[in-house]
Design a binder for this molecule. Structure first.
Ligand SMILES: C[S@@+](CC[C@H](N)C(=O)[O-])C[C@H]1O[C@@H](n2cnc3c(N)ncnc32)[C@H](O)[C@@H]1O
Length: 567
């Protein structure tokens, strides 16, 4: 399949107006409407209406389903898929006859998807089809039960693994047999699909994800994308997650009406109160007593919360989600203006906070942060110092060669002119409670942060005060898209500024990217928890910049593994 011949591959995203920049990625996704020759116009109309009803929704661009579709096309062969898609025969929706629902079949796994599922090839009368099965790896011989069909693929549940591929697991065999190496819920819980894979291979998998994202979604020519650097591993690979949100369903109405305790006990036996996470491939909550990627204090608190909910479950009319957040104890006195935080010891006790409005305290290097438990903060504290140091290094490269020692992805884009000066001002867009603005502040004369959530802005201001930075920082509540107009009055100009961009998963809006272009900062560091939308935005930005007076180069791209065991 050649990339050059293809029109935009998927319908334009509703929110973004970046349609002209959607990469072609060498794939054509067509919705088919075949009209048989010789039918009357009335019949045609009727059939078109019928057809419309049968149309299957295409995945939202850059969504996990879109990424999976691209994985499947790569696996079956892009040319093979393109021929079928161009034929408008809708063959891509018709599974081979041998793949009936509920059929159990034996498969040799051929590939691994970005989202951590196995792909096996099923061939029948020259037709190629993919079978997607979780919890298995390339080289494994598996048995799977088919439960659903989709475009070019069917989904199956794993029945068992007949032969394990030692290669993919780095010679560690079936790690599920050794619970001390992982989680007792693996194989059922919807999280942590990567855990049977040794950590160095997980990092390779994540690096490949970044490579594929830039190939598929940036629309940039090969030579404009630097070699994707090694993914930086998390110092903690278990017990790192500082926030978990287990949930539970409400009891059936018949039980809610019960108020005689003995009868309730009788009835309750028929209904189990489950508190936990989603099951893989099946509806309903899975009961989880502990989550080994969560910090120890959260697992302790989970026991207490479980007991509390089990006692009171009949009072719940609706299901609910619990919040458990790891925190340092509130310092006494709370640091502030005239009394800034000074980091003294790494010996820290932790506690768990469950109230959304309660303040949480977290330390990143020598800085202390506080924010309400329900608001955004990165979920893996152990990697935040390496991540923020990397962002600093990307803005002020040292003379040392870049270290390739041991996922958020950071992409550094710099003004291509040789005379570009070192920035003295930092604009932290999508700043949350000020993580980048505060941890990088020592290298700048002035820092401005902007954020849409007022709670986070209040927290960012307090955090600046706690760390003695109130004099050099400005925190603005508003849309990142509106920030640049107000900056020149504060002394922020493109030629003295660096911009950190850290948007939510959906990426940046076009108005934001246009203002960023017009502001023309010396350096941009784009941190993202969704490399697919990051690649799209970076590609769009570089192409647009080429048309103007400020040319930019994409200097480096690298992943940080914020979620070990998770794909
Ligand atoms: C991935 S978080 C990053 C937060 C912060 N940089 C950090 O690392 O803690 C994205 C943040 O963008 C904010 N946000 C979402 N849409 C926004 C918009 N249009 N303008 C400004 N901020 C926005 C969210 O409230 C959230 O705090």
């Amino acid at each position: 399949m050649s990339a050059s011949a293809s029109p935009p591959s998927t319908p334009p995203p509703k929110r973004l107006k970046l349609d002209e920049s959607l990469p072609t990625n060498g794939m054509i996704l067509l919705e088919s409407s075949i009209i048989p020759v010789g039918t009357s116009s009335k019949t045609i109309q009727f059939q078109q209406q019928k057809k419309k009803k049968r149309r299957r929704p295409l995945p939202e661009p850059y969504s996990p389903a879109d990424v999976l579709f691209r994985d499947i096309c790569d696996f079956l062969g892009p040319d093979y898929c393109q021929v079928i898609l161009e034929s408008r025969s809708e063959e891509e929706w018709v599974p081979p006859s041998g793949l009936e629902i509920q059929r159990i079949l034996e498969l040799r796994v051929g590939a691994f998807t970005v989202s951590g599922e196995s792909l096996s090839l099923y061939e029948e009368d020259g037709k190629k089809w993919a079978v997607v099965v979780p919890f298995a790896h390339p080289g494994d011989l598996i048995r799977a039960r088919i439960y659903k069909h989709d475009r070019f693929c069917s989904f199956g549940g794993l029945v068992d693994i007949i032969e394990y591929s030692e290669d993919y697991r780095g010679g560690e065999g079936d790690r599920r047999k050794y619970p001390e190496n992982g989680c007792r819920y693996f194989g059922e819980c919807g999280g942590c699909q990567l855990q049977p894979i040794p950590y160095p291979l997980q990092l390779l998998h994540k690096r490949r994800t970044v490579q594929l994202a830039y190939q598929r979604f940036s629309g940039l020519p090969f030579e404009q994308v630097p070699i994707i650097r090694e993914t930086i591993g998390s110092p903690k690979q278990w017990g790192y997650r500082t926030k978990i949100t287990p949930h539970f369903d409400a009891p059936p109405k018949s039980l809610q009406r019960m108020n005689a305790p003995i009868v309730v006990e009788e009835k309750r036996k028929k209904w189990e109160c489950r508190i936990g996470f989603e099951r893989k491939g099946r509806p309903g909550v899975m009961d989880i007593e502990e989550c080994p990627i969560a910090t120890p204090v959260l697992n302790e608190k989970l026991k207490e919360e479980r007991a509390r909910i089990e006692q009171t479950i009949l009072t719940f009319k609706k299901g609910a989600t619990l919040l458990l957040r790891d925190s340092l104890p509130p310092p006494s006195p709370i640091p502030g203006i005239g009394n800034p935080y000074r980091h003294i010891t790494d010996e820290e006790t932790h506690l768990a906070v469950t109230n959304h409005r309660q303040p949480v305290f977290e330390r990143v290097g020598n800085y202390l942060f506080s924010f309400t438990a329900g608001s955004f903060f990165q979920n893996n504290n152990s990697i935040l110092v390496p991540l923020t140091e990397h962002v600093q290094e990307a803005i002020f490269p040292s003379s040392l060669p870049p270290s390739d020692s041991p996922q958020d992805t950071t992409a550094t884009i710099t003004d291509d002119s040789a005379s570009a000066p070192q920035p003295t001002h930092l604009v932290d867009t999508y700043c949350g409670s000020g993580l980048f603005g505060i941890t990088l502040s020592s290298r700048f004369e002035k820092v401005a942060g902007v954020e849409i959530n007022n709670d986070s802005i209040v927290a960012a201001r307090k955090n600046a005060e706690m760390n003695g930075l109130e004099g050099k920082t400005t925190w603005l509540c508003g849309k990142a898209e509106d920030i640049f107009a107000g900056l020149p009055q504060e002394g922020f100009k493109g030629e003295n500024s660096c911009v950190v961009v850290d948007p939510p998963r959906k990426g940046c809006d076009e108005p934001f990217l246009r203002q960023l272009l017009a502001f023309a900062p010396v350096t941009i560091v784009y941190v993202s928890c969704n490399v697919h939308t990051q690649a799209r935005d970076v590609g769009w930005f570089l192409r647009e910049a080429e048309k103007g007076e400020h040319q930019y180069v994409l200097e480096s791209v690298r992943g940080f593994d914020l979620f070990p065991q998770v794909s």
